[in-house]
Design a protein around this ligand. Structure first.
Ligand code: NAP
Length: 283
């Protein structure tokens, strides 16, 4: 990588950002497409988030991804928000368009693409989302936009499950329910079960958001977590022979969709998969 006075800067703002795979993904794509660009991580403290966003404009940074906990907080400081990002209420991609900061969300589209790539039917399906945080919201909106039959939101804090349920009911015609995690034991007919909680993520790798009795009822199991590659949630899916996916496909697709917003073209997904495989993030 040749860095000179013309090198354009891209990056990730969040807190913390130390374990992100985004620099590896985007710098690989830049090298591959011979783009004189570099992608770095910016660990921003909450009290500095407004200055950080204005700094994108002031310093001529060309684009950033936004991660936890700032996907909602950046919105008031942007000049334009896409309809999808407005519906989700979160921005994960900012493009500096000649000094106009544009906010987009590529989590939802990245998630749906990852399901379609794995041959999972979405339309008419009954889905259960574990969690009611930012990722759960993006996924609930994505499913509602893609004509699922029903969405059930199950969360540790039931009040948050209720809020997300209410939001989906207000915005979409999708059938929606909410419940506690334990009450899922009474649910049948789960086509797609998604872990959108942080339970099972490194270093707490022996935790699962729901009991295996619930997991074994599902026809497809998706864990948004990609570190570890195989969570306990996915190990149970394997035990019962249920088709499953970790969060890497979504990560790669959302990164590609950000890249498309910045450069108007795709990156080479196979190359990215191979690089991640070499680094042992993928089996
Ligand atoms: P978030 O907004 O902080 O939400 C966290 C969720 O996890 C909440 O529903 C929370 O429940 C639940 N939770 C946390 N600890 C729990 C516990 N001990 N028991 C039960 N539930 C618990 O985070 P997020 O942004 O939605 O991210 C959620 C997960 O998705 C993370 O693992 C993240 O890495 C992953 N993710 C992956 C991708 C990808 O590209 N693959 C993209 C985005 C996110 P309460 O409401 O009760 O606190």
């Amino acid at each position: 990588m040749n860095i000179d006075s013309k090198t354009k800067i891209y990056g990730l703002i969040g807190h913390p950002v130390g374990h992100s795979l985004s620099p590896l993904i985007h710098n690989t794509a830049f090298l591959d497409q011979k783009l004189n660009c570099i992608y770095d991580c910016f660990d921003v403290l909450p009290e500095n988030i407004k200055d950080a966003v204005f700094g994108i404009k002031a310093l001529g940074i060309m684009g950033v991804n936004v991660t936890v906990p700032y996907k909602e907080m950046v919105i008031p400081y942007l000049d334009f928000i896409s309809d999808e990002a407005k519906l989700i209420g979160a921005v994960n991609t900012i493009k500096n368009n000649d000094g106009r900061l544009e906010g987009y969300n590529t989590d939802a589209s990245g998630f749906i693409e990852s399901l379609l790539e794995q041959g999972v039917e979405i339309r008419g399906k009954n889905v259960v989302i574990l969690g009611a945080g930012g990722a759960a919201r993006a996924i609930a909106v994505a499913f509602s936009l893609n004509d699922v039959n029903s969405i059930t939101i199950a969360n540790r804090t039931e009040g948050k499950a209720y809020n997300l349920y209410k939001y989906i009911k207000e915005k979409f015609r999708t059938e929606c329910k909410y419940t506690s995690l334990d009450e899922l034991i009474d649910f049948d007919n789960i086509d797609i079960l998604i872990n959108a909680t942080s339970v099972g993520m490194f270093p707490n790798v022996n935790a699962t958001p729901v009991d295996e009795k619930i997991i074994r009822k599902a026809k497809f199991i998706y864990d948004l977590i990609y570190n570890p590659k195989e969570t306990l949630f996915l190990r149970y899916a394997k035990k019962y022979g249920i088709k499953n996916s970790n969060g890497l496909n979504m990560l790669i697709n959302q990164a590609n969709n950000s890249f498309k917003i910045w450069f108007g073209k795709n990156f080479n997904k196979n190359l990215i998969v191979n690089v991640l495989r070499k680094k042992e993030f993928i089996k």
